[in-house]
Design a protein around this ligand. Structure first.
Ligand code: ATP
Ligand code: ATP
Lengths: 227, 227
C-alpha cells in the first residue's frame, strides 16, 4: 500500500496530489504557503504547511514515512535540490524530482533523485503527437512500425460493413475491437452508453459514433484514418 | 500539409516546436526574447523574434499563414489573451492557447481559442497514473473495465511457456503480442534489437526482457502484473 508525499503545490504538484488521492492513494500534500495548503485540504489525506528545506519539520510531520515522495517545487531550484537530498537522507525509498533543464536533471541525480520529470516539456511532446495524428487517440507500439491504435472511424466507412470494406486486404490492418457510444432514452432523460464488440465479424456495420481499435503498420493506419 | 506557429518558447513551447519539427512538420517559432529564438533556430523551419501582441508584426512575418497556432506564453496572461485574439482575427483556422486555471480557460474560449491546454496539470495527471500502475506502460481502454495494455512480464513467468502458465484460464487475459529486446554483438560493439511475436502460440517461452501486450479486464491485468 503506497503512501505518497507531494512537496510543492503549484499547478503540477496540486494536480498530482489530487489525481493520486482521487484514485484512493494515501497522499500527504506539503507547501510552505498556507493558501496552497488550504486549496487541497479536502482532497488529500493530510495537507501540511512547512518549509521542506527544514529537516526537523519534515521528520516531525512524518513526511519521511512515505514510500514515494515527489518534489514538485519549480521556480526555487535550490529548495528543490535541498528537499530532494533531505528526503533521501531521511530514508524515503523513492524520490522523484522536477527539473527544468538537463543540467538540473544531472544535479538532482547526483544528490540522489531516483527519477527526474519535466512537466512542461513532457506536455510539449504530447501535444505535438496529438496535433500530428489527431484522429489517433492512443497507441501502443509493437515492432518498429506496427502499432495497436485507437482511432475515430473514418467518414467514408460509416454505414458500411467490415467485410464490404475489405479492410484487411486494402490496408493490412486487423480490427481488434469497435467501441460504440449511443444515447439511451431513460425515464430521467437521455444518458450515453458505451458498448464494445471485440473481434467484430465481417457483417459488422461501422457507425458514425464508432471508435476502432486496430493492429497494423503505423503508416497504413494513418492512411486509413486520414482517408 | 499542416503548418504550425508556436508563440512563446519557454520549456513547454520550445519542446512543442522541436517535437513538431522533428517529425517533419513546418514550424514557425516565435518569441520576443532573442535568446529563446536563437535556442531553436537550427531545429525549426523559421525562428522569428517579435512581440506577438503586435498585429502588424504578426502579419509582416506571415504568422497568420499557418493552419494551427499554439500560444505557449505562460506567465504573461494578458499577452497570451491578446495574441490569441489577434491570431483569430487574422484568420488562423485553429488557435490553441495555454492556461493555468479554469478562469483563464473561460477567458481564452470567450476570445476565440479553439482549444485550451494545461501543460503542468496534464503532466500531474500523467505522473499520477504512471505512479499508480507502474508495470503497465501504456493502455487503451475498451469497454468499462477491459483494456489493451502493455506491461513488463512478471518475474514468476520468466522461463515458462504461455501454455504451461494457462494465462487465459487463470486470468481471462489474451496475449496479443510479445516484444523482446535482446543485445546483439556486432563488429562495432553490442546493439539492442527489438523483435515482436504477434499472437504467440502456447509453446512461446516468456523471457526476462519481454514486454507483453494483452487484452483483458483491468483488474485481472493488475493481478497478473502485480503478482
Ligand atoms: N521550501 C519549500 N517548502 C515548501 N513548499 C515550497 C518550498 N519552495 C517552494 N514551495 C512551494 O512550491 C510550489 C510550487 O513551486 P513554484 O511556484 O516554485 O513552481 P512553479 O514552477 O510556479 O509551479 P507550477 O509550474 O507547478 O505551477 C509553490 O506553491 C511554493 O509555495
Ligand atoms: N508578447 C510576447 N510575444 C512573444 N513572446 C512572448 C510574449 N510574452 C512572452 N513571451 C515569451 O513566451 C515565453 C514563455 O513564456 P513565460 O516565460 O511567460 O512562461 P513560462 O510559464 O515560464 O513558460 P514554461 O512554463 O513553458 O517554461 C518566454 O520565452 C517569453 O519571452
Amino acid at each position: 500500500q503506497q503512501r505518497f508525499a507531494v512537496i510543492g503545490l503549484g499547478r503540477f504538484g496540486r494536480q498530482l496530489a489530487i489525481s493520486l488521492a482521487e484514485r484512493g492513494a494515501e497522499v500527504i500534500a506539503v507547501d510552505m504557503d498556507m493558501h496552497q495548503v488550504d486549496a487541497v485540504v479536502n482532497e488529500v489525506t493530510h495537507a501540511v504547511q512547512l518549509d521542506s528545506a527544514d529537516e526537523d519539520a519534515l521528520r516531525a510531520q512524518g513526511i519521511d514515512n512515505v514510500e514515494v515522495a515527489i518534489v514538485a517545487i519549480g521556480e526555487n531550484f535550490e529548495s528543490n535540490v535541498l528537499t530532494t537530498a533531505l528526503l533521501k537522507r531521511l530514508g524515503v525509498r523513492r524520490v522523484i524530482a522536477r527539473a527544468s533543464s538537463e543540467i538540473q536533471r544531472q544535479i538532482l541525480e547526483l544528490i540522489g533523485a531516483d527519477r527526474v520529470v519535466f512537466p512542461e516539456a513532457e506536455s510539449g511532446v504530447r501535444l505535438a503527437q496529438s496535433l500530428l495524428v489527431p484522429d489517433i487517440w492512443r497507441y501502443i507500439p509493437l515492432s518498429g512500425d506496427r502499432v495497436v491504435a485507437e482511432l475515430t472511424s473514418p467518414k467514408r466507412f460509416w454505414g458500411k460493413s467490415i467485410g464490404a470494406l475489405k479492410i484487411r486486404n486494402r490496408y493490412g490492418i486487423s480490427i481488434i475491437a469497435v467501441k460504440r457510444v449511443r444515447t439511451v432514452e431513460e425515464p430521467n432523460g437521455p444518458t450515453t452508453e458505451e458498448t464494445v464488440d471485440e473481434m467484430p465479424g465481417p457483417d459488422y456495420v461501422i457507425g458514425e459514433q464508432d471508435t476502432l481499435i486496430v493492429v497494423g503498420k503505423g503508416e497504413n493506419i494513418e492512411r486509413l484514418s486520414g482517408g
